[in-house]
Design a protein around this ligand. Structure first.
Ligand code: FE
Ligand code: FE
Ligand code: ZN
Length: 273
């Protein structure tokens, strides 16, 4: 299986690959720029080449880059919307230093405008940023439905995907904590949730998993991640997700509250399943 965690890109690209290997990982996630700001470090092409070589030599799976949290392409404020659209376009160009990977982003928060107004804005931002020559697949993340988040339901994600023109370059990242907090019972009925995903979005569009337990109950709309097995989803249901035949080839990314030792232990535990 492909499993890893979020690594800090601030120290450089190749170093992330080395860190991942030291944690027992064979994929990882990283923020394309300061997650709470928006400024981007210039990429050193030599450093990118070293990481590409390392990933190839160690048979890594697809990486899952993450857009900054400050990006909101469906903000009610035009200035934030434009800034976010520029970040998205710039990130997709920068991703070409590591070709063929995933770029995951939060669809956004509609901040009172309603999802119906936000959905076309999200699709339009992707349509203007994503070019036929890009080798990256852009992923919409399933959201917990905190505040005015768009993408809490499979139906909303499907509506966005339907408006995106380059259909073979987009997909969905399934965050277990968010899906659970969003009201999908992956504890009592995992097969039913995956069937619903398949009927609405299509399982061929499920590209990556954010593998997190949750501090809160199903439908709580809270979005507080917990260590694997220490939350409301619990160890058995997490195990059922990680070993599900329909999900087995996807990259699993841990976004759990851990230090390096904790991640190393979680990765080893999940591999032992
Ligand atoms: Fe996320
Ligand atoms: Fe996530
Ligand atoms: Zn989250």
């Amino acid at each position: 299986m492909y499993i890893g965690n979020h690594l800090a890109s601030s120290k450089g690209l190749e170093i992330m690959g080395k860190e991942a290997i030291s944690l027992g990982a064979n994929t990882f996630a990283f923020f394309t720029r300061n997650p709470r700001g928006g400024s981007a470090k210039t990429i050193d092409p030599k450093d990118a080449e070293k990481l590409r070589d390392l990933l190839k030599a160690h048979h890594f799976g697809t990486l899952v880059a993450h857009a900054p949290y400050t990006m909101n392409v469906c903000s009610e404020k035009e200035q934030i919307r434009n800034f976010s659209r520029e970040m998205l376009a710039d990130d997709l160009n920068r991703m070409e230093y590591l070709p063929g990977n995933y770029y995951n982003f939060h669809p956004g928060s509609h901040v009172g405008q309603g999802a119906d107004a936000a959905i076309p804005m999200i699709a339009d931002a992707v349509n203007s940023a994503l070019k036929p020559e890009h080798s990256t697949t852009v992923l919409l993340e399933t959201m917990a439905g905190k505040g005015s988040e768009v993408g809490r339901s499979f139906e909303e994600l499907k509506q966005i995907l339907d408006l995106i023109l380059l259909k073979d370059k987009v997909g969905v990242c399934f965050d277990t904590c968010h899906v659970w907090d969003g009201g999908y019972d992956i504890v009592g009925n995992l097969d039913g949730v995956l069937k619903e995903f398949d009927e609405i979005i299509g399982l061929e569009n499920l590209k990556a998993i954010h593998f997190n337990d949750s501090m809160n109950g199903c439908g709580s709309h809270k979005d507080r991640h917990q260590k694997i097995g220490a939350g409301e989803i619990g160890i058995e249901a997490m195990k059922a997700v990680a070993t599900h035949p329909l999900l087995k080839d996807k990259p699993f990314i841990l976004e759990t509250p851990n230090d390096d030792e904790g991640y190393r232990a979680e990765i080893a535990m999940i591999r032992s399943w």
